[in-house]
Design a protein around this ligand. Structure first.
Ligand code: UD1
Length: 337
């Protein structure tokens, strides 16, 4: 599908990036991973060379781009925690916006023709009503979303100036793991709901706090559109193929178009693991919108994308299998690295 295409994947040692790199390799691409290992792991890079460097290190980046003669860039390296971004906004603007400006500019000047950029539903902010389509206004309500919005805008301008083709993929809530449990989410001090719930099921956390029970939703907890990381990785492969075949610009939501509340997710985790979770009800978390659900027709129409894991039970089951393997492999050490 992508035979011989030379692709640089930033953040390819991370959770989503490692799945994307693997799928690109399986599709026939020649992949090089660039990752500073700030949150990623060398063992997560399966079958591709890993260059350990910071995306913001212009000198090393330039040398890599020149020697690599890449056809495409897939940019996933980023900081992704909403709560942390509220506490450390300048850190997020530097990591997600400033570094992306630098990377996109250098890649364009090095002759990289296609760029796939990982963005987020957080660029939309607090949506009015109903599922969000790609034409919805971008009104982020936290620095994480704002920094990603800036990167989107910079890519559009840089790509136009240099005649590049690009795809922006706006992820909704990514979860699940490789069905063979070779790779999965292993970021330390993770705050994602399903990850936290599974760690609580394993006894690695004393409790699972529900962040807010007074939202204007049927059960009072936030609703999110959870997408399996394998379906998301497949979307990257299809987006890159479309660009390689001549598509100039794609902006696509990556979600299933169906939301689950925090309580529904907690129930599913209890069902899949067969364990009762130590749930406590807490206050709202800063920066959290009540409902975020994708309108996802465009990605189906434009890429022919058909999800294979559109089932919360499967998402939780693959994540659970991975979590148990991670526990068996690293035990408690993994909480502190
Ligand atoms: C956020 C972004 C999303 C991005 C992702 C990457 C927003 C609105 N969403 O997802 O676009 O791709 O980060 O990291 O900015 N929760 C609890 N208890 C917990 C953990 C979470 O109740 O211990 C709740 C949260 O309040 C939220 C839901 O579960 O309502 C999902 O949270 P989380 O898994 O952290 O993802 P988002 O913050 O929605």
């Amino acid at each position: 599908m992508l035979c011989g295409l030379r692709v640089l994947v930033t953040g390819g040692a991370g959770y989503v990036g490692s799945h994307v790199a693997l799928r690109l390799l399986e599709a026939g691409a020649e992949v090089v991973v660039l990752d500073d290992l700030s949150t990623g792991h060398p063992w997560a890079v399966l079958g591709a060379p890993l260059v350990v460097a910071d995306v913001g290190d212009r000198k090393r980046l330039r040398a890599l781009l020149q020697s690599g003669r890449f056809d495409a860039l897939v940019h996933l390296a980023a900081r992704i925690w909403v709560g942390e971004s509220v506490r450390d906004p300048d850190g997020y603007y530097l990591a997600n916006a400033a570094r992306a400006f630098l990377l996109f500019g250098e890649a364009a000047r090095a002759g990289v023709r296609c760029v796939v950029h990982s963005s987020t539903a957080a660029v939309y902010g607090e949506p009015a009503d109903g599922p969000l389509d790609e034409e919805a206004p971008l009104l982020p309500i936290n620095p994480y979303g704002a920094s990603k919005m800036m990167a989107e805008r910079a890519l559009a301008d840089i790509a136009r100036a240099h005649g590049q083709r690009y795809a922006i993929l706006r992820y909704f809530n990514v979860a699940g793991a490789d069905p063979e449990a070779r790779i999965g989410e292993a970021t330390p001090n993770n705050t994602h709901l399903i990850k936290v719930a599974l760690e609580a099921a394993l006894g690695l956390r004393p409790e699972l706090a529900i962040h807010g029970t007074d939202y204007p939703t049927p059960d009072g907890t936030c609703i999110r559109d959870y997408i399996h990381v394998e379906d998301l990785a497949a979307a990257h492969v299809l987006a890159l193929r479309a660009l390689a075949e001549g598509e100039r610009r794609l902006v696509l939501n990556c979600g299933y178009g169906r939301g689950f509340s925090v309580r529904e997710v907690v129930d599913m985790v209890e069902r899949v693991t067969g364990r009762r979770l130590p749930v406590v009800e807490g206050p709202r978390r800063a920066g959290d919108p009540a409902v975020l659900v994708a309108a996802c027709q465009r990605i189906r129409d434009r890429l022919g994308w058909r999800p294979r894991f559109d089932d919360l039970a499967v998402i939780v089951a693959t994540a659970w299998r991975w979590e148990q393997r991670l526990q068996a492999r690293f035990g408690r050490r993994r909480r502190t690295r």
